[in-house]
Design a protein around this ligand. Sequence first.
Ligand code: GLU
Length: 460
Amino acid sequence: MGQGKTVVRFAPSPTGHIHIGNARTALFNALYAIKRGGDFILRLDDTDRLRSTPEFAAAIEEDIAWLGIAPAKTVRQSDRFARYAEVVEALKASGRLYPAYETPDELDRKRARQRARGRPPVYDRSALKLTDEERAGFETEGRAPHWRFLLANHDGDPFEPRSTQVAWTDLCRGEQTVDLATVSDPVLIRADGTYLYTLPSVVDDLDMGVTDVIRGEDHVTNTGVQIDLVRALGGKAPAFGHHNLLTLASGEALSKRTGSLSIRALRAAGLEPQTVASLAVLIGTSHAVAPYADLASLAAEFDLSSVSRAPAKFDPEDLRRLNAKLLHDLPFSAVEGRLEGAGLDDLNAFWRAVHGNLDVFGDVEAWQAVVAGPVEPVIDRDGAEVLSAASDLLPPEPWDEATWSAWTSAIKERTGAKGRRLFMPLRQALTGRDQGPEMAGLLPLIGREKAACRLAGRAA
Ligand code: GLU
């Protein structure tokens, strides 16, 4: 049989900013599409018109792009209400969508009674027993119905549900089954006429030719119901993959309220998109967490079957460490454009000197300032002898990365100072700081003129 084009989708509700856990889902889908030459659809699940906003939708598009994902298209569920209404009519006509009038309180009481009798709290379908008069009575009372999907878990008598296994081979978890007899007929439309996510999602997946649905494992039970709905609509169910969820090391789940881990906040903190993407994908898998330069190289390495079953626990500090490692490994060619305008002669030498000392790229500014000056030298009286020898012995230019070692050897010979007593006064005078990149790389960038001033205690 011919295999059609892979189509995946990432389907956030634009009711908040996406966080690194949502990014994990988006990236799993994107990598899956890259690997198979497929399409990635960004689908904004904005049927909740009160909580969805165009600002959050725009922010999600921006965040996705920042991560390196290029959707083949972006669709909004709010543009598709006419299509959902059509499907609703078809389901009503086939008897698979029925009105129910119980209030939330009544449903609670029903469930409590079922539990008290040791039965699972599955909806008993009493609404199917209502006569036309009873329904009319509710309507005159001003009760609007909510609408439930009649699951195909019976042999003709919906009051005699039978064990009905819906099975699929999960892309992450292997063989999965959901018994439809253990699930209540899902509400597809609320009493106020708004859609819950199930129907629009299934209709969109079918209409848009989605071949693979990759999402968090909180959706496993939904999948049983959704496959049944796909069948009721005469469609072919996509493949499903349910990945473990990202949690904090404490076990706490991420939520849209965990604002510091929103993609926006991570970007504002100066992290590289590749860092966030590499961590979001690789944590909680059998792969080592390492920085990958782009999504194509992540896609080549990563496979959904490597996702573990246990939650993917992570410590936000891991992001900093991974970012430093990424910057450490980045060649000059990858950052050249971003360094331009730094006002330095030799950007390549500057990058070589400082990249091992950066946590975030923005840290380059501090080192540019150290190189370009003016720097207020820090002069410690205990270092006076070293500094005066250093001034005397300052070699003529041109300088290179070997200058530091030759110069400090000469100072050591003259003064007998070594180790910290030798190096700390020089670093403090030349950079105004106690710590930083290797001086061998910085010294030629600072240059003789400024170095001479700083050694003499003058800002330069
Ligand atoms: N809007 C749904 C969610 O964010 C989409 C779930 C799905 O991928 O089907 O949970």
